[in-house]
Ligand binder design. Structure first.
Ligand code: LLP
Length: 429
């Protein structure tokens, strides 16, 4: 049987999510079928979007760039394996993320490790794993890194994370390059830290790192930040000695239904000529750009309720499943899985969690829905499942990866007993 013709799913950010006869499909699979098989709430990911986005970055930055996927955006082992197969290294921020790579049997040599508060065991584990380099954010790390280097009997490569004071916009919770954030080292103080690295046996300065924030909407801040870093490096010979890499961080924005993703070719055009002139290799740390538009969250309608002037559509996904609307007032497009009903009105789409801040979308145009109807929250692949919690003792969602006509369960829904498994029999410890 031939499938009905396909039309774009507006707001999804990729043709991989499309409609056939009014119904939402992910690649070759109708998502309603996945909800029937695995229940809701359910994250559904498209392998085609991962490939599409990885290849867009690769063609923008060329074969010489090292693309390190920011694991925090979505640490699912199967997604990590898929990104590795495409050629990605990894950007880590914890020992737990390192263990995920190891659990998936993935190489750790292409990984970089950032974070303002690395613990000694995390540093030791990353040194033992032979990662590419550490992104150093604070002088207190230097003796810890030197100790780990001595214990391992080899030197450790470090890139210094600079905070060039470039405002890249975005919600204030995800801006990182301003003077009053905890990240990186301001240019005024960085010279001293470079000297300290150069003077510490066992440490090798191999590069500089800058991460401007997340959901950065234009290429300009990346160029501006590099200009400031180069000016800093040119301030003293020791600052350029041994430098081989420039890690421009992640932050590439996606559209969330309001436009296209950031033009990564423009970012590349803004930084690659200056890097080539120095013979430095570009490192990137994209998270959201690779996986954000690759995922949707499916949720089923539980009921509807009118309160004063607001119509509330109660659904079975909540802030514990997708925290972004509650935490950052993020607006994800929300669409019916099966289109066709007429009579759109504005509704607040809310979950069952006992908080007024528990909403997935406010004042959204949606047609009348009946109990059991499915909605899709779009562009939910980044910082969705990865920030999910068990708040209200709710089980976190299952996750499915679609590739062509095949769908694979890549994370089971938690069992209720897992919610309290670590609290029983504690007297035995
Ligand atoms: N590199 C570093 C050092 C980072 O801190 C981050 C994100 C990334 C790379 C990846 O950024 P991306 O390409 O995904 O924008 N939970 C927030 C986003 C927090 C981002 C934290 N750091 C959200 O849901 O919008």
């Amino acid at each position: 049987m031939t499938a009905p013709p396909s039309a774009p799913c507006v707001g999804s950010g990729s043709p991989a999510f499309h409609r056939r006869a009014g119904e939402l499909w992910c690649e070759g699979v109708p998502v309603r079928e996945l909800a029937r098989r695995h229940g809701t709430p359910l994250y559904v990911y498209s392998a085609a979007v991962l490939r599409e986005r990885y290849l867009a970055l690769r063609s923008a930055f060329g074969a010489g760039a090292h693309i390190c996927y920011a694991v925090k955006a979505n640490p699912n082992l199967t997604l990590l394996a898929r990104l590795h197969a495409l050629g990605a290294g990894f950007d880590l921020v914890s020992g737990g993320e390192l263990m995920r790579l190891q659990a998936a049997g993935l190489p750790t040599r292409g990984a970089v490790f950032a974070g303002v508060g690395k613990e000694p065991w995390e540093i030791a584990a990353a040194v033992a794993a032979g990662i590419l380099f550490f992104n150093v954010e604070s002088p207190h790390e230097l003796p810890l890194l030197a100790e780990a280097a001595a214990a391992a009997g080899r030197s450790v490569r470090v890139a210094l994370r600079l905070n060039p004071g470039v405002d890249a916009g975005g919600h204030r919770y995800i801006r990182t390059a301003g003077g009053d954030t905890k990240f990186g080292i301001g240019l005024a103080a960085a010279g001293g830290v470079v000297e300290a690295i150069a003077g510490t046996p066992g440490l090798e300065l191999c590069g500089y790192h800058v991460h401007l924030g997340s959901q950065v909407q234009s290429a300009e801040p990346y160029r501006l930040a590099l200009d400031r870093v180069l000016e800093f490096v040119d301030g003293a010979a020791v600052r350029g000695d041994g430098v081989t890499h420039y890690d421009l961080g992640g932050g590439f924005a996606i559209g969330y239904g309001r436009g296209p993703a950031l033009d990564v070719a423009a970012v590349a055009a803004g930084v690659l000529p200056a890097l080539a002139a120095r013979g430095w290799r570009a490192v990137l740390e994209p998270g959201r750009y690779l996986v954000g538009d690759a995922g949707i969250l499916l949720t089923a309608v539980l009921g509807e309720k009118q309160q004063d002037h607001t119509t509330f559509l109660l659904v079975d996904a909540a802030m514990n499943d997708l925290l972004r609307p509650a935490l950052y007032q993020a607006e994800h497009p929300i669409v019916p899985v099966v289109e066709g009903a007429t009579g759109e009105r504005l509704v607040d789409v809310v979950g069952p969690v006992c908080e007024t801040g528990d909403f997935l979308g406010r004042q959204r145009p949606l047609p009348p829905c009946r109990r059991g109807d499915l909605l899709a929250v779009l562009a939910a692949g980044a910082y969705g499942a990865s920030m999910a919690s068990n708040y209200n003792s709710r089980r976190r969602p299952a996750e499915v990866l679609v590739d062509g006509d095949t769908a694979q369960l890549v994370r089971r829904r938690e069992a209720s007993r897992q919610l309290f498994a670590d609290e029983v029999d504690l007297d035995e410890v």
